[in-house]
Design a protein around this ligand. Structure first.
Ligand code: DAH
Length: 335
């Protein structure tokens, strides 16, 4: 009751402030103070239905408001006569919330990956998306008829260059113009001529990592990636280094993490295996060092490459890569 009266008072005052002429004000007098149906008058009439102990207090409140509104109407009439503007901006009204944008989940994941590796002392570098065959393949120990080149069906330009199929060529570009020690990550877009399905898209993102120094060992690789996985997926996550092959690393490994859904006991997401593959890695092949004139007897290095879409899908339980590129706000708003 008290609250209703307060709100009614606010409403009346707001309308009075907004009145543009005398006629508006006469209308407001009837609306609020009219003898029969005035909104405040009705409050006054209702007092007789209240319990006797409430009557005096309520009567006082309503009468006070009645008097105040009457005065305000008169004041506003005077102000209008003096030519004060009828328009009124009520700065006490709650504002409209402008819709806020947000970062795309891929961008958010990239930012998180960068943050973690920067914390480990890595610098963020970039390379071109249009590459030569030399940087994309040859310098990475994949000569022209190397079988691994078939695996990656590429988009070629007329001049023989191509859209990079991986971020690994940035390793070469950095080593060519820097001498060790090197600790870099290279995030960016990659392109492959893949048919689109739930796990393939012709454009995707990778983050490449490279560390070169004297006495770098596989343990440094394991330590860095373990630190990354703990921060990205939580400290209880297990890692498994599975022997594998990449032309530019020897030895090479594919790194699995214990399934973040079932914690390793087997479920649909991990195809009952308990493990999820998240990246490729290894020790930089001496052949790659020779291409950039590093002495493989002096320097060692580790490298890794991960798919950002894949990391993001695993982290948030997203089962279709196409969702990232459809710009459906119902999907994007969840991040
Ligand atoms: N470039 C590889 C790919 O696209 C990923 C990769 C594997 C990068 C091992 C590396 C590495 O640097 O050491 O599949």
């Amino acid at each position: 009751m008290k609250l209703d009266l307060k709100m009614l008072g606010e409403e009346a005052k707001r309308k009075i402030r907004g009145a543009k002429n005398e006629r508006d004000l006469d209308g407001l007098r009837v609306e609020f103070l009219g003898r029969k149906k005035g909104k405040i008058t009705l409050f006054l009439k209702n007092i007789r239905n209240l319990p006797p102990e409430d009557k005096p207090r309520q009567g006082q409140l309503v009468n006070r408001l009645k008097k105040e509104i009457g005065e305000r109407i008169l004041e506003r009439k005077e102000a209008l006569k003096k030519g004060e503007p009828g328009e009124y901006i009520d700065i006490t009204l709650p504002g409209k919330k402008p819709p806020l944008g947000r970062l795309h989940p891929i961008t958010q994941t990239l930012e998180e990956i960068k943050r973690i590796f920067i914390g480990l002392g890595f610098c963020v570098v970039r390379g071109p998306e249009i590459e030569t065959e030399y940087y994309n393949f040859e310098a990475l120990n994949m000569p022209q008829y190397h079988p691994a080149r078939d695996e990656q069906d590429s988009f070629y330009l007329e001049d023989g260059r191509l859209l990079r199929t991986q971020t690994s060529p940035v390793q070469i570009r950095i080593m060519e113009k820097t001498s060790p020690p090197i600790r870099i990550i290279a995030p960016g877009r990659c392109y492959r001529r893949d048919a689109i399905d739930a796990s393939h898209f012709p454009m995707f993102h990778q983050v490449e990592g490279l560390a070169v120094d004297r006495d770098i060992t596989f343990s440094h690789l394991k330590g860095s990636l373990t630190c990354f996985v703990y921060q990205m997926f939580g400290k209880g996550t297990k890692l498994r280094f599975r022997p594998s092959f990449f032309p530019f690393t020897e030895p090479s490994a594919e790194v699995d993490i214990s399934c973040i859904i079932c914690k390793g006991s087997g479920c649909n997401v991990c195809s009952q295996k308990g493990w999820l593959e998240i990246l490729g890695a290894g020790m930089v092949d001496p052949e790659v060092f020779k291409k950039v004139n590093y002495d493989p007897e002096k320097y060692q290095g580790f490298a890794f490459g991960m798919g950002v879409e894949r990391i993001c899908m695993l982290k948030y339980g997203i089962d279709d890569i196409r969702l990232f590129f459809q710009n459906d706000l119902r999907f994007l708003r969840q991040f």
